[in-house]
Design a protein around this ligand. Sequence first.
Ligand code: NAD
Length: 497
Amino acid sequence: MSTIGHFINGSLVHDSERTQPVYNPATGQESARVALASRDTVERAIAAAEAAFPGWRETPPLKRAQVMFRYKQLLEQNAGELCGLITDQHGKVLDDAMGELVRGIEVVEYACGAPELLTGEHSKGVGSGIDAWSEFQPLGVVAGITPFNFPVMVPMWMFPMALICGNCFILKPSERDPAPALRIAGLLHEAGLPEGVFNLVNGDRETVDVLLEDSRVKAVSFVGSTPVAEHIYRTGTAAGKRVQALGGAKNHAVVMPDADLENAANALMGAAYGSCGERCMAISVVVCVGDATADALVGKLAEKLAALRVGPGRQAGCEMGPLVTAAHLEKVRGYVDAGIAEGAELVVDGRQLRVEGHEQGFFLGGCLFDRVSPEMSIYREEIFGPVLCVVRVEELGQAMALIDRHEFGNGTCIFTRDGEAARYFSDHIEVGMVGVNVPLPVPVASHSFGGWKRSLFGDLSAYGPDAVRFYTRRKTITQRWPSSSLREGTVFAFPTL
Ligand code: NAD
């Protein structure tokens, strides 16, 4: 059985003292093992990145961008293989894998604008004969730690922007589906990125601890669950690093009585059950305004769920694949049991689903709960599975108060035909990313991605303009070239221009 190793200084590296299994979620079989990097291996990666930094820092942004242009082409040429790798280790259906790859490539395209993104700010004549400018310098060695649910896209939220800013990067992907990230590392090398500028170490908490402790690592970008995000943020900032840590979510969709219900139901099916609910922007709660809205919507969703095609991600026509691991399947099933025990009404029960020929796969059918209330664990906690909860309220104000009280504030959306309600909602809601009749308002690459409240620790969001600020430090230079006509005597007062 193959062991998935690391990528350091332009070469594949194996250190197999500690390994753990990687599964194909559709069959439930172990398909490979992944190496868990030792302290020595992580330190080799940091040393390689540190050694590559002076050369990469001096490489003009235009040349850095040219690597990204070639990288984009290589990602597109190898899209079929990459999507297969994603599906075989994550489980999501091939179309969905392609969606994640395309959204990742969009960040690479944005990063191709490096010369424009790094132009800096210039003021001529701030004093007599004095000019001033601010430029954005790279930090040095920076690290990214990423979750299992987007094994290609989330790493690509980070490293294209970090690299074009002149940094050297170390990626620690999820140990549950590590193969796609290793493949995109190889493509970066093929695109002409100098050795050591990008390195990848596979591993777990022990591996991450080395990255957090080492003073050569200047900044850490993290995406994953909230408890780990908080731990990374506290530990990293205490060690003097710049940290952005994106955490979990519980995204609510509000459905108003005037909404086009057929449209809303179609949109909610994809947003709740796409990728088996394993998306940080998945809709996991629908807040229906009025009982009539709820009755009609629940009826439509139940009908559509009965027709949902669940099966292995490589099978044509499948709309939803399995969950990522057996442990995660058990956890999600546990929430369905808890919801029943807590008194919610299970309208559609996916627990009995059997996928013929894939009996050992980690499959769970789509589940739908109605009459969920805010004190229930299925409402409060992130389930990260194909479980949608319907909460009933009487008016928009109650829906908004519910959303504002929730600990997470990643994404939300409203379905309505009323412009005034939509504008009020998007203006006042305590959530970082808002959709109006758009169920998954994942910002495009030229806007940054980030939630509010306990969905993001740190001040700057991922990709887009915030990434340039996160991966650089501002330096401001004030310059005068003395000439005989401007010669001055000594001044002891604080200088004014
Ligand atoms: P996770 O927190 O278990 O793991 C994320 C990463 O952290 C992995 O690389 C893992 O190896 C590492 N890790 C795990 N425990 C650690 C520890 N104790 N110390 C140091 N490192 C540790 O998350 P996951 O299960 O892989 O991903 C799902 C979670 O990610 C969900 O909560 C989801 O909402 C969240 N997510 C958030 C966003 C966002 O943008 N806000 C995007 C995608 C996923």
